[in-house]
Write a protein that binds this ligand. Structure first.
Ligand code: ADP
Length: 213
């Protein structure tokens, strides 16, 4: 099956960014992370960034209306197929996305990366990301290259990657995003993949699901 629109679901640090980027590269799809965009807006001091700041600071989801606008604008401008990382994250976001997609909603697939919470916690502390492009990796990878292996940009730790914030995000995932996985499952659009193992091992599972080689 050739993927059309794909949404990535999974708890914090389950590998959505890494798998999303690999999948986007392989399929030639456009890739967008709402979390990364919100952090960019915050850094740039835009109105959206300022509105999102108090939520990001404590690991809460930002209100639906803030992310709906950026997600739909992006989909409208995306040329062809796309991968959304971190959207939809609540049931109202998922139903609004279906309304927005109209008939195309039938071809949407949701990929849920499943990882136990003890593993997620250690990943969060090791995680590094590029401030300019979709690259995410580990502290040791960042140390070895010194700058982003993809674009040469600045690498750093996310401000929200501390233990307390992670716990809040994980709780939000279980309470608000698990129902989104059920919603896609009930309409036969959910693919569940184990996110355990190396990024390559996980990607092989993802490829097998989408029958990509
Ligand atoms: P993670 O998956 O590690 O939590 P993300 O980069 O995907 O990281 O998201 C970081 C934060 O951005 C979330 O905790 C949340 O506050 C906010 N965010 C991102 N996408 C959404 C969304 N669709 N709805 C509400 N908040 C969002």
């Amino acid at each position: 099956m050739e993927p059309g629109g794909i949404v990535l679901l999974g708890p914090p640090a389950s590998g959505k960014g890494t798998q999303g980027r690999l999948l986007a590269e392989q399929c030639g799809h456009a890739y967008f992370s709402t979390g990364k965009q919100l952090r960019r807006e915050l850094k740039a001091g835009t109105d959206l960034g300022k509105a999102a700041e108090p939520y990001l600071a404590v690991g809460k989801y930002v209100p639906d209306e803030l992310v709906l606008a950026i997600a739909f604008n992006w989909i409208e401008e995306a040329d062809g197929s796309w991968i959304l990382d971190g959207f939809p994250r609540t049931l109202p976001q998922a139903t609004k996305l279906d309304e927005f997609l109209k008939d195309a909603k039938g071809t949407l697939r949701a990929l849920l990366l499943e990882v136990p919470s003890a593993e997620l916690q250690s990943r969060v502390m090791e995680r590094r990301e590029c401030t300019a492009c979709p690259w995410t990796g580990t502290r040791s990878q960042a140390k070895a290259s010194g700058h982003c292996p993809l674009c040469g940009g600045e690498l750093g730790q996310r401000q929200d990657d501390d233990l307390e914030n992670f716990r809040m995000r994980h709780k939000a995932f279980e309470e608000l995003t698990s129902p989104v996985a059920d919603y896609y499952d009930n309409s036969q659009r959910l693919l569940r993949v184990s996110g355990m193992g190396t990024p390559d091992e996980v990607f092989q599972r993802v490829q097998a699901y989408f029958k990509l080689h």
